[in-house]
Design a protein around this ligand. Structure first.
Ligand SMILES: [Zn+2]
Length: 241
């Protein structure tokens, strides 16, 4: 599946809200946006009608650490949000961005590079979400595709040994390749998320120069894309007079 980007004064983005339960909003800001600072992301959210949202971020260190939003900022690669009016964002430029939410008002933003994927950070974040996996919806955003992600034998073997049912043992292909997006989807399904609840963006960051930041393609000047998910503020219902 490939989403069609919308445009705003902030640059192109995907509105992912329809993939998630009521009360949850989610967006993916593509290449050409003006930054990933929480206040910039909050301004983007306000422009979409989500006013005064507190945006949480973490220092991403390719760990498998999952933290609740009230522990941020700290070093972590997945953030869990449970309070209305709050959101979490991760930034990527080839690594796999994953957003998850349950109908019970819980959401997660995950940054999964090869290290995080190998450590199964997506299933860890799912567990930390504290929701029934069968009720969880997930979005897996643009990431480096197997077309552009050749790896050495050692790394391929590490994945094969960690996930023998997902990464095939005998591959004659040269060079060896990994599909981190597909592996994360398979790990979420293995952990109980129904296939139909997972929306996976079929877009390679390195191939799609027009819309995607790619560190492999552009190095230090790649910039970053932003995946953000949050919980709507509860509307106050006035007492009858
Ligand atoms: Zn590619």
């Amino acid at each position: 599946m490939k989403s069609e980007p919308a445009a705003s004064s902030f640059g192109p983005f995907f509105d992912l809200t329809a993939h998630f339960p009521r009360g949850v909003f989610a967006y993916f800001l593509l290449k050409g946006n003006s930054g990933a600072a929480p206040e910039t992301v909050a301004a983007f959210l306000a422009s979409r009608g989500h006013e005064a949202i507190k945006v949480h971020r973490a220092d991403q260190v390719h760990s498998a650490t999952v933290v609740p939003a009230n522990k941020t900022p700290c070093e972590a690669d997945a953030i869990i949000v449970t309070s209305p009016g709050e959101a979490a964002r991760v930034v990527t430029a080839d690594c796999v961005p994953i957003l998850m939410a349950s109908p019970g008002g819980r959401a997660a933003a995950v940054h999964a590079g090869w290290r995080g994927t190998l450590a199964n950070i997506s299933a860890r974040a799912l567990e930390a979400l504290g929701a029934k996996p069968s009720s969880v919806s997930a979005y897996i955003g643009p990431a480096i595709g197997p077309c552009c992600y050749a790896v050495d034998e050692g790394r391929h073997r590490a994945f094969q040994e960690a996930f023998p049912e997902i990464v095939p043992r005998h591959v004659s292909e040269e060079p060896l390749r990994l599909d981190l997006s597909a592996i994360n989807a398979a790990l979420l399904m293995k952990a109980g998320v129904p296939r139909e609840n997972i929306f996976r963006e079929a877009r390679c960051t390195s191939c799609d120069d027009a819309l995607c930041c790619s560190y492999r393609r552009d190095g230090e000047r790649a910039g970053r894309m932003v995946a953000v998910i949050g919980l709507e503020r509860r509307r106050e219902v006035p007492c009858p007079r």
